[in-house]
Design a protein around this ligand. Structure first.
Ligand code: ATP
Ligand code: MG
Ligand code: MG
Length: 366
């Protein structure tokens, strides 16, 4: 059988490992956290990402992929040239740094929100006017789930936000008056063939993804536009493997790229239960060269994230189970406020039933 090495052992690695097994593939994860979700279903190398013995073990796999973008560059450097690393350092270098990412998106012909790179305090003067008077200051590195960003509407707020975020390099983005948010994943192999995931619609709450729905309620043509943009990024960045683009859909239908995740994405979790190939299966196939085909659910599908609440309130699990078409996915993580600890997928025979049951499901998950 084949083995797939994964840098990182969180829930994405856990779900990758679960999807790999029936494809005849076993996963090996390098992850220092002893409580990492993937420990339960993959060989767990509990060591730092730069651990020589751990990297040696990964180098002996058939391919290596990653489940988060902040793996140290030294780890990638130690592996590249010895084992296919997909995606590799060139994609990672762009996607782990917001300013570089936006520049690289634009260079690939993909529009983004207006932005100004803020390297130091001097760059704050005039920045807000340059992006339209209202915006979000985001750190260039390490932000996720809305952490590391502040909404600002005045010069004073911008200066306060800069200090609050630690006076570290970032970008000031103009506030986008989007109609909805959507995302789409693309896989590309060494031969340059591409395949696409479904166009998914996403709703965030407090900066954290709350629900995803497929199909997205977008005008005809939006999915083709998203595919063209994702394909352009995959080609221009020399992608081997899978990445996901988040988009803002403007009222006129135009898409602006928000950010790139060089991996499977929370919005793609609904592909686990929609009847088609899942994003996790797609990534395993793409990185091991098992043949590329588009993947999407076969039935209308949605997902609701389970996120720890300040009061520690649990979902009404019995009622969730009683709702037709639900599938619970738990990550075996300790619950903390704002932390994603699982998700519930929901599949329905038609769009109206899906919307109806999604509203019921949301009411059961605090
Ligand atoms: P994650 O990586 O978990 O998706 P993140 O911390 O990298 O999140 P972003 O994706 O940049 O954060 O932003 C989180 C959410 O905040 C977006 O999905 C969107 O709802 C809102 N948002 C971000 N940037 C803008 C913007 N320029 N205009 C309007 N809304 C925005
Ligand atoms: Mg992000
Ligand atoms: Mg995002």
């Amino acid at each position: 059988g084949r083995t797939l090495g994964i840098l990182g052992g969180g829930q994405l690695a856990q779900m990758l490992a679960l999807a790999a097994l029936p494809l005849g593939v076993r996963c090996v994860v390098l992850e220092p956290d002893p409580q990492a979700p993937a420990r339960l279903c993959a060989e767990h190398l509990q060591a730092p990402y730069t651990d020589p013995a751990g990297l040696e073990r990964l180098a002996a796999c058939d391919a290596v992929t990653l489940e988060f973008e902040n793996v140290p560059v030294e780890a990638l450097a130690a592996l590249e040239g010895r084992v296919p690393v997909r995606p590799g350092g060139a994609v990672l270098a762009r996607s782990r740094h917001r300013a570089r990412e936006k520049e690289a998106l634009r260079a690939a012909g993909v529009p983004t929100a207006p932005f100004v790179e803020v390297r130091g305090e001097d760059d704050l003067a005039g920045a807000l006017e340059a992006v339209g008077g209202r915006g979000l200051l985001k750190t260039s590195e390490l932000g996720y789930d809305g952490k590391g960003q502040r909404r600002v509407g005045s010069g004073a707020e911008l200066r306060a936000a800069w200090a609050e975020l630690g006076s570290v390099p970032g970008v000031l983005e103009g506030l986008v008056p989007f109609e909805r948010e959507v995302s789409l994943a693309v896989a590309r192999n060494a031969a340059g063939e591409v395949a696409f995931g479904p166009l998914v619609e996403n709703v965030h709450r407090d900066g954290i993804l709350r629900t995803s729905v497929w199909p997205a309620a977008v005008p005809a043509g939006t999915e083709a536009q998203a595919r063209a943009l994702a394909g352009a990024v995959a080609g221009a960045w020399g992608l081997e493997g899978l990445l996901t683009l988040e988009f803002f859909a403007l009222p006129g239908g135009e898409l602006l790229a928000n950010e790139v995740a060089p991996r499977v994405h929370n919005s793609g979790h609904l592909t686990q239960d929609g009847g088609g190939v899942s994003q996790f299966g797609a990534q395993v196939r793409a990185v091991l060269g098992l043949g590329l085909t588009d993947w999407a659910p076969l039935h209308p599908t949605a997902m609701v994230n389970v996120v720890g609440t300040p009061g520690g309130r649990e979902p009404d699990w019995a009622a969730v189970d009683a709702l037709p078409g639900t599938r619970v996915h738990l990550y075996h993580k300790a619950t903390r406020p704002g932390r994603k600890v699982g998700h519930v997928n929901l599949v329905a025979p038609d769009g109206d039933t899906l919307r109806d049951r999604l509203a019921q499901l949301e009411a059961l998950i605090p």
